[in-house]
Ligand binder design. Sequence first.
Ligand SMILES: Nc1ncnc2c1ncn2[C@@H]1O[C@H](COP(=O)(O)OP(=O)(O)OP(=O)(O)O)[C@@H](O)[C@H]1O
Length: 387
Amino acid sequence: MSNTILIIDDEKAIRKTLAEILSFEKYKVQEAADGEEGWKLFTQNVYSAVLCDIKMPKMDGMEFLKKASVYNPDVPIILISGHGTIESAVDAVKEGAYDYISKPPDLNRLLITVRNALDRHSLSKETKVLKKKIDKSVEMIGESEPILKIKATIDKVAATDARVLITGENGVGKELVARSIHAHSNRSSSPLIEVNCAAIPSELIESELFGHEKGSFTSAVKQRIGKFEQANGGTLFLDEIGDMSIDAQAKVLRALQEGKITRVGGEKEISVDVRVIAATNKDLLEEVENKNFRLDLYHRLSVILIKVPSLNERIEDIPLLVDKFLKDIAADYGQAPKSIDKKAIESLQAHDWTGNIRELRNVVERLVILSGKTITAEDVGSYVFQD
Ligand SMILES: Nc1ncnc2c1ncn2[C@@H]1O[C@H](COP(=O)(O)OP(=O)(O)OP(=O)(O)O)[C@@H](O)[C@H]1O
């Protein structure tokens, strides 16, 4: 539906003409015979643009415009004006309508206006996506005791340079804790550089972390600055540290002890001022026992320990998280947020989440797509936990 144009006009002949012209140009269209029907469709679907007659029974075009621009200001609305309504059309443009066309519709003018309106719509959608990518929020949602404790710890440690080891299952919010510490620290105007230690093959991790000089190995065709140097003055977030090879651990230990690094294939030592925050879903002490992790590195990293509890241990935060996700998803889709009833929330709280907030967000997104305006316990039953 998101590429569809909604045509609202009580004059069947005009409606059909517009629909035919636009369909011929390969646009998808949907029709409504009056303002009320149009409004109903508008609230149930997301359109790329709306063509709306001004003079109509039940709800007229001006009223539709007012409501629609509050409900979803991103959808351009083109008014269709008859002889007696040109003035209203001009006023409407002042009030936020995208443009107007006159009756009977002129083919070229109609197509140009629609094309421009659609361009604007896709531009504003793209801008939103980009903004969202840049603005990785560091706001931690939750009022449960463990979350309040974590927030208090973050407040205390952020301003220090103490290393922090964050533990917890997958998707519980470890990265968010790291970003929040950085954002509240004196280093926040310098970069937070993230390295996913599990994702980098062990033979490349050294060059990734410390950089390399040109020609130091076959594929080192030019000099490269490593993550430690990139994070200079800021914070280095070593995610999945439990998956780092023993070799690389020795080098990281040295960098932490001496505050200096050497690029692969390089001679000189480079001083770096980096605060290190690490995270893992593994039990590092068990890894130490199994000889997969160095105890001395563990001690260096774990000055402050933050354990992020699984969602199951703080189900009282689920309503707040769901509310936040409903708002985020609505903003992504350019829609008004859907609501969710109490029973549906209870049913989500009863689920075994194995810790995962990412999974909860996916579930909320699925519910937003598949449910009606209000998400019910039945929706949760049929769309979420069906298997
Ligand atoms: N308390 C919270 N409030 C709001 N959003 C949260 C919260 N905790 C986690 N999230 C969101 O849930 C998602 C997963 O969180 P994050 O990536 O921090 O988890 P993680 O523990 O680092 O995961 P992984 O172990 O897979 O690396 C992110 O989109 C994050 O923004």
